[in-house]
Design a protein around this ligand. Structure first.
Ligand SMILES: Cc1ncc(C[n+]2csc(CCOP(=O)(O)OP(=O)(O)O)c2C)c(N)n1
Length: 808
């Protein structure tokens, strides 16, 4: 702490922690933040920003929280935290406004490069080339999201990482991520969002894991218009949470604090005390900050006068934190009226000046493009029949406020349409500029969905599996076990966890014996809490760990899907590469028995988790090779092992810890000239069986295992097969139009497979309903050998009925 000097001028009860200078500095930051909120709202209402959500009313608690924060600490919060970010020096007023305007310049708007709406904060954890930065030198913030409580799952991992860094040996090489586990993960959440399951699941997990978390609840009594009585049982979070209170003699549970959001000295005292305890002893804490206000209402989308009573509105004025802080400073003799007036006026000027600078910088950055467009359009206008029309169009750009890149594209399109058929060099120049401008902007908004080339699993050099002559033939799970054993030995920052992963070694024994060998922190059991297992992994990965996080069955990925989809999948993209979390989600599925253990909702995953690679190995050797590849690179991935394959016999590669299966490279499992059958995972052996029957009828199919659904066939190998067979059959156990729709789009559209087809493509899929229980249920719900036979035989009969008589 730098603020612990005794203030000789003040005899106040908090003098032992508050120097006059630091209090005045806080007051200034609080007012700068407040003015940013006020001006920001005006900027949106006058049309310069699209939407605004601000942290006014929450300043004091965040100033206090910032006092307790130290370099290396993390924040996992939500859109109200601008004051904290400013107070720890990770958000300037200029950056605040740049984000409000959606300025896509990553220097002016480093949190998201214009991709996220305002007040969605993030710090840079990776260098522009993707390599990890030393993150212990500054306070860090995980990238915010709009889904409320979505920040809670990753908070678990961010706080738990401190414990691992303190308690695990062998992590000396990771000094750029932690200084002995002394970091706190600060969580923040609004009162209403605590009604989400995420909140309770995360609080429980933090308590069980003894994660170094200091969680704050900003309680302003409402969630937009809905008051606490409709959000929270008994309307009182402190009472609800009281069961989590740690007993004096116990080592589990939280330290709980309740403090008013307008009481600056009490807030500072609370945060300093709570943080010291979290940091020193890894005892998590929750600070319930009550009586917080929201002077401007929820956001720019509405006005709170519509739902708050006159009394509540009056309360919000009277208990405004900054107003109360001022009164306290005057009462304590910390500053005079005129000094405080001056600070308020200076902060208003600072915020206004920053707003103007940000606006000008943003609009200036578009001027070069506009100038290029205007010149090209002018040249074309000079020779076009509708010169006046083009000039008017260009003229309107001068009056546009704000000027946007899309206006340039749209105007260019209008001119190109108006001059269709003109073959002049002037029109060609404009067309070329338009295309380049579009590409530049698509890159500007679309880059970084996956890791940069150098750090991508797609760039990992493949290594073939090698086998000794007397290679042991093992159960599939034993091959995986050998792979994980070597990975744990090789990578001290690798941690594996999930339900039954620790003591049991997972329900199918991939980690059998490895907890004993590597310890209970490296191979760990978790509660039944898929959402926070995903969050645990994400937070740990942000802090330098390599987690393999297990979802026991594919069907239960749905429980963790919000974090996977909103947070993990979009993380690299929404920070323009500033944050990356190389999480491996390990799960198993496709087929076992019954409705809830046979799901293969691959289409759903593909649609909702773009940004995470999706691997579907057909056996455990392929799975091991994929894990090795993924562990050598930076992207997150989901690996779906085949649930009924753990006891199939496989030969153990002699290089089980180092061989690498390339992602996005299909394998031909059987060669044939009559039809190309594209499939994956558990369907591979079933299609192979069908191939045997078909061969008896004179039909030779080529079976292609895609191996990974995304990336998908990066070398267009499937088209090579179609060139030969001219027939495409897709076998997939997802619902009709599920993953098969993706496969068709990739093969027929992206790869141009259409041009090689002599017959309509056929899909053989699972039924629309869930797979029924038992072997009969499976047979009549999922693609069976016989169904695949019928589909392919039918295709052949359509082409040559004389050669292939009717089956029935
Ligand atoms: C999962 C989810 N549901 C609904 C919303 C829409 N929404 C945005 S803010 C908000 C209210 C949140 O209230 P609270 O948690 O108390 O935070 P506050 O905004 O009051 O600080 C709602 C319902 C959302 N963003 N995410």
């Amino acid at each position: 702490m730098t603020d612990t000097a005794l203030d000789p001028e003040s005899g106040s009860r908090s003098a032992f922690v508050l120097s006059r200078g630091s209090v005045l500095a806080d007051y200034r930051t609080g007012w700068e933040s407040r003015h940013a909120s006020i001006i920001g709202r005006r900027e949106v209402l006058t049309g310069k920003g699209k939407f605004g959500i601000f942290g006014d009313g929450k300043e004091l608690a965040q100033l206090a929280m910032a006092r307790a924060a130290q370099p290396g600490d993390f924040r996992s919060g939500y859109y109200r935290d601008q004051t904290f970010m400013m107070a720890v020096g990770e958000l300037t007023l200029d950056q605040f406004f740049a984000q409000l305007y959606a300025d896509a310049d990553p220097v002016r708007e480093p949190a998201s490069a214009g991709r996220q709406m305002n007040a969605h904060f993030a710090t840079r954890l990776r260098a522009p080339d993707g390599s990890p930065l030393d993150i212990t030198t500054r306070v860090q913030s995980a990238a915010d999201m709009s889904p409320t409580a979505g920040q809670m799952p990753r908070l678990v991992g961010l706080g738990y990482a401190s414990r691992l860094y303190r308690e695990l040996p062998g992590l000396e090489a990771f000094a750029g991520f932690s200084r002995g586990g002394n970091e706190i993960a600060f969580g923040t959440i609004g009162n209403a969002s605590t009604a989400e399951g995420h909140f309770w699941e995360a609080v429980n997990a933090i308590g069980v894991l003894r994660a170094a978390v200091l969680l704050s609840i900003w309680d302003d009594g409402y969630g937009i218009s809905v008051a606490n009585e409709f959000q929270i049982c008994k309307s009182d979070l402190s009472e609800m949470l009281s069961g989590f209170q740690r007993k004096p003699d116990g080592c589990e549970g939280f330290e709980l604090y309740r403090v008013q959001g307008w009481d600056y000295p009490a807030l500072v005292e609370t945060y300093l005390g709570a943080a010291e305890r979290v940091r020193r002893d890894h005892v998590p804490a929750i600070v319930h900050v009550a009586e917080v206000t929201q002077p401007q209402g929820h956001s720019t989308s509405g006005s709170h006068e519509r739902y708050k009573s006159a009394e509540r509105l009056a309360f919000e004025v009277e208990f405004d934190g900054l107003r109360r802080m001022r009164a306290w400073m005057l009462a304590e003799g910390i500053a005079s009226e005129s000094e405080l007036d001056a600070i308020e006026a200076e902060s208003a000027s600072a915020a206004r000046a920053a707003q103007r600078r940000s606006w000008d910088a943003y609009q200036d950055s578009l001027r070069t493009d506009k100038q290029a467009f205007t010149e090209l359009a002018g040249r074309l206008a000079a020779r076009a029949s509708d010169r006046a029309g083009i000039e008017t169009l260009v003229g309107t750009l001068d009056r546009m406020q704000p000027l946007l890149q899309r206006n340039l594209q749209a105007s260019a399109h209008e001119i190109l349409i108006a001059t269709l058929g003109d073959l002049s060099p002037e029109r060609a120049a404009l067309a070329e500029w338009t295309e380049k401008h579009r590409q530049t902007n698509e890159e500007r908004y679309g880059s970084h969905l996956y890791a940069s080339r150098e750090r991508s699993p797609l760039a990992v050099e493949p290594v073939a599996a090698t086998y000794a002559e007397d290679a042991p033939v093992l159960n599939g799970f034993e091959v995986l076990n050998a792979c994980f054993d070597e990975a744990l030995a090789r990578m001290p920052n690798l941690v594996a966890f999930g339900e039954d992963v620790g003591k049991l070694g997972d329900v199918n024994q991939g980690f059998l014996g490895l907890q004993k060998k590597y310890g209970a922190l490296r191979v760990a059991d978790t509660g039944i809490r898929e959402q926070t297992i995903m969050g645990q992994a994400l937070g740990l990965a942000l802090r330098g760990f390599r987690p393999i996080a297990e979802i026991q069955y594919l069907d239960y990925v749905l429980y963790g899907l919000q974090t996977l989809s909103d947070d993990l999948a979009s993380l690299s993209w929404r920070t323009a590469g500033a944050q990356v979390a190389p999480v491996i989600v390990r799960t198993r599925g496709h087929r076992l028995e019954g409705v809830w253990h046979s799901g293969s909702q691959m289409g759903g995953l593909l649609h909702l988790t773009r940004g995470i690679w999706l691997c579907v190995p057909r056996n455990m050797t392929q799975a091991a090779g994929m894990y090795n590849t993924l562990l050598a690179a930076d992207d997150p991935a989901i690996v779906v092992e085949v649930l009924n394959g753990y006891r199939h016999k496989e030969r153990l590669p002699s290089n089980v810890g180092t061989f690498r299966v390339p992602l996005g490279v299909p394998e031909v499992l059987r060669a044939g000239g009559d039809a190309t059958v594209v499939t994956y995972g558990a369907c591979c052996p079933i299609v192979e069986e069908a191939a045997g029957l078909l061969a008896k009828c004179g039909v030779e199919i080529e079976i292609i295992d895609v191996q990974t659904l995304s990336p998908f066939d990066r070398e267009n190998r499937i088209v090579d097969s179609l060139r030969k067979t001219n027939r495409l059959v897709i076998v997939d156990e997802d619902v009709p139009g599920g993953a098969s729709a993706w496969l068709l789009q990739q093969i027929v559209e992206r790869m141009g497979g259409f041009w090689w087809l002599d017959a309509p493509p056929v899909t053989v899929t699972g039924r629309e309903h869930r797979p029924a229980y038992g072997s009969d249920g499976d047979y009549f719900s999922k693609p069976s050998r016989d169904e695949i036979f019928r589909a392919i035989y039918g295709l052949m009969r359509d082409a040559a009925p004389g050669r292939f008589p009717s089956l029935f």
